[in-house]
Write a protein of this length. Structure first.
Lengths: 575, 171
């Protein structure tokens, strides 16, 4: 510990080993956090202590291999405490649990900073925090063992007699862990994985193009068709398996939430009990990366705004301890993540008053409950009476909504005054593929994501409302939708001019809806999404390109952008 | 960068632009012969189905699917305000790497026909004549006199450079 520069020599010398150490350590620290929270719920469970001991031991061992003595020593100290707990000689009380959590935090910080420090940059000075924690461990160990010398003797004896059995168990454990690792996982650079997924996507498209080749469609050759079907089966299996490689369980994210909920419930002095469900639900790695922040934000909101203080809860006849539930599951090709609390529910009156005061709602506008609830997603909206450290800065739910939109997901609110709130986030399984509806306008093909489509129909002439001679609204069951003639807006030659001869697709985005006039619907298709590149980043109404079955590119429509275009079109008519 | 230096040196009064020589892919637009540095060229493909993209200038024809990659396609005739022409069987798309700092992108450039790969020595390259201070010569690497004809050597990064932000202009 005297010379931190020396201890990082081995770390800096072998970047691959170093990266592995960091990834491993993050995994193990995550496990420790999850286990300790379980232990907090059932302190008498000694197998949990054992589960806690093992990852600490591995982190220590790995740090030792790399010669990072500061981490090794520190982990060792904790291990000593856990060792006693494991042997039933030291109870794991709240103080111990706190200590382990603080240790995990510190280790995370130190390990995160390792690469920067190895590169010669100064890290955070944690020596004081570390010393404090290590002293605390000593105190706890000393506190557990009664002062008289006889028991001190037994403790010492226990320490000395421990090594042989403990060591053998550890060796066996480690051997098993290593064998498991070798058998079940290989660490692969994510870039390589993404490249593979891209290439398989291309293979699938190439296969589809081949299958639709007119020469092959004409052929009556049974054998050729059989062989083609075989290739198709292999290709789709390959695609499914490569996609699966990008999938990771949501467990780690949920573990973070469990930790956050625990810390926040203490901070706000609102006892709550978090139930996790469906931690093993798998979703695309990229989706997981981007869902963590929104979830954290919503968890904060739930505890800060949603859940009442114990006094208020008691007065309302509810149990003092609030119930929080975080669950993930599959539903119809989507992943659904739900975060529910049994708190006060959304106060729609207050939201409306606040939104009026902030100028988000024009005076006199009549809003439905659902529309008022949607207001919390408006940028700049905040009901927090006072700005706290965690919420109430007005950068909240709008960011959550944006993040989820970016993942092509959607978020819904279900709330009941005095009973609680539930947010439902629906996410695509993967970001690489979107389930779309193929539209034709003139000779052009467009794809609109299925989740954005509400309904489609051929309008009767009387459903189309004109303004100044131009069709601009469509009436469906007493509701008027702004109409956007796609062929006109995008300047497509050969698009059908009469709206009543084509098809109208009602699509929605962020609670608003627009009616798109197109020539016809061609069917449903899963398409691989490709960005159009920087050159087209300011083109509105287009989210990207999809390679269609015939090898051509169909542009993917972006409902939000189309709504903006509809607004512009309307203002031009008025002008 | 080298190209810019070369042009700068050329206008400074030397007889030719040193350093601009090398292999060029030459192609025709109408009666004119153009050349682009071979190092920029990825491949040459036949004209395929081009998907139009809305809200872009006329000379941006749209995007094509190049083996799973989506790349933009530019019509050089339209870019140079030459009269439009139906695509023939000789019409080609030159796929080139274009540096639109800060990004590099692959782009397709539609030309009437591709001619040959020419070895142009520094001595063959004339400085761009002064057309009276107009900006049009900015995107020329120089003019090469080869076998009695003049090839107009293009600096692709500059020809297509302004298209890097085409979206912002288009709306």
């Amino acid at each position: 510990m005297s010379s931190t520069h020396n201890e990082l020599e081995a770390f800096a010398a072998d970047p691959e080993l170093a990266a592995m150490f960091i990834a491993d350590a993050a995994d193990h620290l995550g496990t420790i956090e999850a286990t300790i929270l379980k232990l907090e719920a059932s302190p008498a469970d000694l197998t949990l202590v054992n589960d806690l001991f093992r990852p600490f031991h591995t982190v220590k061992g790995n740090a030792g291999v790399l010669g990072i003595t500061s981490i090794q020593d520190f982990a060792h100290k904790l291990e000593t405490l856990l060792d006693l707990a494991r042997a039933g000689k030291h109870p794991m009380g709240p103080a111990e649990i706190d200590l382990v959590l603080k240790t995990v935090d510190l280790l995370k910080l130190v390990i995160d900073e390792l690469p920067a420090r190895a590169a010669g940059q100064p890290g955070t000075d944690v020596s004081a925090r570390r010393r404090e924690l290590m002293n605390k461990v000593d105190e706890l160990i000393a506190g557990a063992a009664p002062p008289p010398s006889p028991s001190q003797g037994t403790l010492a004896a226990a320490r000395t007699s421990m090594p042989s059995p403990a060591a053998s168990v550890d060796e066996a454990d480690r051997a098993r862990v290593n064998r498991d690792d070798a058998r079940s996982t290989v660490k692969v650079d994510t870039k390589k994985l993404d490249d593979l997924v891209d290439m398989v996507g291309e293979l699938v498209i190439a296969q589809a193009i081949l299958a639709e080749d007119p020469a092959l469609l004409r052929t009556a050759d049974e054998r050729l068709n059989r062989r083609l079907a075989h290739v198709k089966r292999i290709t789709s299996d390959l695609q499914r398996d490569t996609m699966a490689m990008r999938m990771v369980p949501i467990r780690q994210t949920f573990q973070k939430m469990a930790r956050l909920a625990r810390d926040l419930s203490r901070k706000f002095e609102k006892p709550c009990h978090l139930t996790l469900a469906g931690e093993d639900t798998e979703l695309d790695r990229k989706v997981v990366e981007h869902i963590t922040d929104p979830l954290m934000h919503m968890m904060r909101n739930a505890i800060d705004h949603g859940i009442e203080t114990p006094e208020v809860r008691k007065a309302a006849g509810k149990p003092a301890t609030a119930e929080l539930r975080l669950s993930a599951f599959h539903r119809g090709g989507f992943i659904v993540v739900e975060i529910a609390d049994d708190g006060a529910g959304l106060d729609t009156e207050r939201i409306l008053t606040r939104a009026r005061a902030q100028g988000l709602v024009p005076d006199g506008a009549q809003l439905t409950e659902a529309e008022i609830q949607q207001l919390i997603f408006q940028p700049g909206f905040s009901t927090a009476a006072q700005v706290t450290e965690l919420s109430g800065r007005g950068v909240g739910m709008d960011v959550v909504r944006r993040n989820i939109d970016a993942l092509r997901g959607r978020i819904d609110i279900e709330t009941m005054r005095g009973r609680g709130t539930m947010f439902t986030i629906q996410l695509p399984l993967t970001l690489a593929i979107v389930d779309g509806i193929l539209l034709a306008v003139g000779s052009d093909r467009f794809v609109i994501p299925t989740f954005a489509v509400q309904e489609s129909f051929r309008p009767l002439p009387q459903q189309v409302q004109t303004m100044q001679g131009r069709p601009c609204m469509v009436q469906v069951r007493d509701r008027l939708y702004p109409l956007l003639h796609l062929g006109e807006v995008f300047g497509i030659a050969g698009a059908r001019q009469r709206i009543s001869e084509g098809t109208v697709v009602i699509c929605h985005d962020a609670g608003r809806a627009v009616a798109l006039a197109v020539d016809e619907l061609l069917g449903k298709q899963e398409v691989v999404i490709k960005g159009l590149g920087d050159m087209f980043r300011t083109v509105r109404g287009i989210a990207g390109g999809a390679i269609l079955g015939d090898g051509r590119i169909g542009l993917i429509l972006d409902t939000g952008g189309l709504l903006a275009l509809a607004g512009k079109a309307a203002s031009q008519v008025a002008a | 960068m080298e190209a810019m230096l070369a042009v700068a040196n050329g206008s400074a009064g030397t007889a030719h632009a040193p350093g601009a020589g090398g292999k060029f892919l030459t192609f025709t637009l109408g009666h004119e012969e153009y050349g682009v540095p071979m190092l920029k060229v990825r491949e040459i493909i036949k004209v395929m189905d081009i998907t139009q993209v809305p809200q872009v200038p006329d000379h941006v024809l749209g995007v094509i699917n190049l083996r799973g990659k989506v790349i933009p396609v530019i019509d050089l005739r339209r870019k140079f305000a030459l009269p439009a022409m139906e695509h023939t069987e000789r019409t080609c798309i030159i796929v080139a790497d274009v540096d639109l700092s800060p990004v590099r992108v692959m782009m397709g450039i539609v030309v009437d026909s591709v001619s040959e790969v020419l070895n142009v020595s520094d001595a063959d390259i004339d400085e761009t004549p002064d057309f009276g201070g107009r900006k049009t010569t900015d995107y020329l690497l120089g003019l090469a006199r080869v076998k009695g004809t003049v090839k107009i050597l293009l600096d692709l990064d500059r020809v297509l450079g302004s298209d890097g932000q085409l979206g912002t202009r288009a709306i």
